[in-house]
Design a protein around this ligand. Structure first.
Ligand code: ZN
Ligand code: ZN
Length: 273
C-alpha cells in the first residue's frame, strides 16, 4: 500500500560544527586522550506536493558563543537554501528540546510545534534541578517553547503518531525521555531521521552510548528500534555525523558541503571505526 504513496524529498542542511572533541565526548567509556569525530549540526526538511515538515530549529549566535560552536548560518537561512520560508511554515517537528534542536522558535511565527509529552514534562519538571541533566537545555528555548504552548501552537504526541501518510513520529527516549525520531517515506524506501537517538554512525554500529544520556538502557534499545524502523542500516541518518555530508549528494553544485539529499542512497556504508 505504501508503495503508492507520493514519496517525500528529504534533505539535511548543515548549519554549525563542533571541533576538538575527544573520544570520551562521543562515547561512554571513551578515552579522554584520544581525539574523536567532530559533530555537525543539522536541520532536516521532508517535502512533497501537499506537505512540508521541518525537523528541528537549531540554535542561534548566542548559544554558539556560549558553547563554543561554530555557526555557519542561521537555521532559517539554512532552510531558505532548499526553498523553505520559516515565516510561512505550518509544521515543525521538535525531536527534543535540547539547545541545538529547539532554538530560534520565534523565527517560525505560524508553525505548530510537534513534540512528545514526555519531553515537555521532563524539560519543565524536577529533573531540571540537576545541573548535569539540564546542561543540554537552554532556559530561553524552554521559556519560548512554553510561550508557544500558551499560544495554542504545540501539538503533543505520545509514543507513535502518523502526522501524514508516509511520515510518522516514534518516541525512542534514552538520550532524553521524550526524544522522538521521524520515519519518512522516500523514493528509496523508509528513511529514519534518528536525531540524537544516534549522534554518530559509530554509536549505533558499535552499540556505544553517547555520554549525554538520561537512560543508557533505553538509548541502547533505541539503536535497535532504529534498525526496526528503517528499511536497512543505510536508511538510518544519525543526528550529528559529519559523514552524512560525504555519503549523500548535494541537490546542486552550489550547495555542496551544505545540503544533501537523504532520499538518494548513500555512496558507501561507513565502517565502524
Ligand atoms: Zn540532544
Ligand atoms: Zn543534538
Amino acid at each position: 500500500m505504501s508503495r503508492k504513496l507520493e514519496p517525500f524529498e528529504l534533505f539535511a542542511i548543515r548549519y554549525a560544527k563542533h571541533t576538538g572533541r575527544c573520544s570520551s565526548d562521543n562515547f561512554v567509556g571513551g578515552d579522554i586522550h584520544e581525539s574523536a569525530s567532530d559533530l555537525d549540526y543539522f536541520v532536516w526538511v521532508a517535502r512533497r506536493s501537499d506537505k512540508v515538515f521541518v525537523m528541528d530549529t537549531g540554535f542561534g549566535p548566542e548559544a554558539a558563543r556560549e558553547r563554543g560552536r561554530e555557526l555557519y548560518r542561521l537555521p532559517t537561512e539554512a532552510l531558505n537554501l532548499v526553498g523553505v520560508d520559516s515565516a510561512s511554515l505550518d509544521d515543525v517537528i521538535l525531536t527534543h528540546l535540547h539547545y541545538d534542536h529547539a532554538g530560534t522558535l520565534d523565527s517560525f511565527p505560524r508553525a505548530r510545534f510537534h513534540i512528545q509529552d514526555a519531553e515537555a514534562a521532563y524539560a519543565t519538571g524536577p529533573c531540571m534541578c540537576h545541573p548535569f541533566l539540564r546542561h543540554p537545555y537552554d532556559v530561553n528555548n524552554v521559556v519560548s517553547f512554553v510561550r508557544k504552548l500558551y499560544a495554542g501552537r504545540v501539538c503533543f504526541h505520545r509514543d507513535v503518531t502518523e502526522l501524514a501518510s508516509g511520515l510518522t513520529l516514534h518516541r525512542i527516549g534514552g538520550h532524553s525521555p521524550g526524544l522522538q525520531v521521524v520515519r519518512v517515506w522516500t523514493r528509496r524506501g523508509w528513511v529514519v531521521i534518528a536525531s540524537d537517538a544516534t549522534h554518530l554512525y559509530a554509536n549505533f554500529q558499535r552499540r556505544l552510548p553517547f555520554p549525554v544520556v538520561y537512560n543508557v538502557a533505553s538509548m541502547l534499545e533505541g539503536h535497535e528500534a532504529l534498525r526496526q524502523l528503517a528499511d536497512s542500516e543505510d536508511h538510518i541518518v544519525p543526528g550529528h555525523d559529519p559523514l552524512v555530508m560525504q555519503l549523500y549528494p548535494p541537490p546542486s553544485v552550489e550547495l555542496e558541503g551544505i545540503v544533501v539529499r537523504l532520499d538518494t542512497p548513500p555512496s558507501f556504508r561507513p565502517t565502524p571505526g
